[in-house]
Ligand binder design. Sequence first.
Ligand code: FE2
Length: 420
Amino acid sequence: MTTLSTASRPTSATSTDPLQLIDVDHVRFHVGNAKQAAFFYAHCFGFQIEQVCDLTTGSRDAAHYLLTQGNIRFLLTSGLTYEHPASTEVALYGDGVKDVAFTVFDAEKAFDRAIKNGATVAPGGEPRTYRDDHGTVTVASIRTYGRCVHTFVSRTGEYELTKVKQGGRFMPRFRHIDGSCAAAGACAPQLGAGSSILAINDYNKKNPCGLKYVDHLVGNVEMGKMNHWVAFYENVLEFSMFKHFDDKDISTEYSALMSKVMASGNNLIKMPINEPAEGKKKSQVQEYLDWHCNTPGVQHLALRTDDELHSIAALRARGVDFLTLPDAYYDKVWDRVNSMLKQHGHEAVREDHEAIRKLGILVDSDDEGYLLQLFTKPLQDRPTLFFEIICRRGSQSFGKGNFKALFEALELEQERRGNL
Ligand code: FE2
């Protein structure tokens, strides 16, 4: 296995395999109010509020905001009508991840292959192409666990992903917030509109948080269902199992869970799948399900940085709430981590140990190197979706050495919420 010391993606090679994933095209959230959510993610996490598709661009049923940072693209969608799926879903589950969309060479071929492999088409997910004079975007969606879908996206012309990454328009009907666009007349500047967005975008350009791309994305499913979804990712998307953890790895005195990590063929994306396990008290996975209408969904997105200390300091300064571990964690962590690194001939943790402690960052190591990670508290009122900020120095694991301390910290939070 190739190890990566910096936040650069493995590159894809050929187009002969219809399910070869080129990139995470975007992660779509269904939210109650996309305009306000855009400000939250921009203010707290440093995203650019780059493009919008709403009533002003002819979208009559939903508003979509495209937020970008590094190679991360979030699409925040709110229904403008009662009937829109985003409206009904937010009523059931609150704000959360709806779609993990993959760029592929041909969305229709990828969809056909997934259906042949046993996938179910998502509601309204049959292949369709959006086009204008500048190019096309073809999308097709299949269901995965609970509320979530995977959309295959293929792009041509000005809408190719390489051009979107350079500031090109995301899809037909999107306009740049600042009124600029590649094609004259395709998006008229809105005088006066969006000036507060321009101000926060300008601040974020000058004060970057350093988030680069989605490293992994964890789903919570019901007890007894983990292996069903492992088989789904193996059979339908042709992923393979990367690692697995049982309840002996992930348990405290009171609560437990089990997890298997699925990875795409080129390791572009890893998708751990968790299920609750029996414990004396309630599993964190069960707490999620209880507040998510007993429906599986995405528990956390891990966002990759090359500089954990800078990113965490910047996010803390912006007011992001992170899980707090007892100070005693740092009494033992350096012996544990550095002795493992020495044993396997790797450099010791190069970041300043005292700065790591002050920022409350967690550290773990394995036979390939080490990682730095930290977890936010839930990003909405319900104890559902949260983010992880992760930096890898060789390690391709998930912080197993931190599980116990982390889950004890989570139990304290569950107790505060009356959910343990
Ligand atoms: Fe994670």
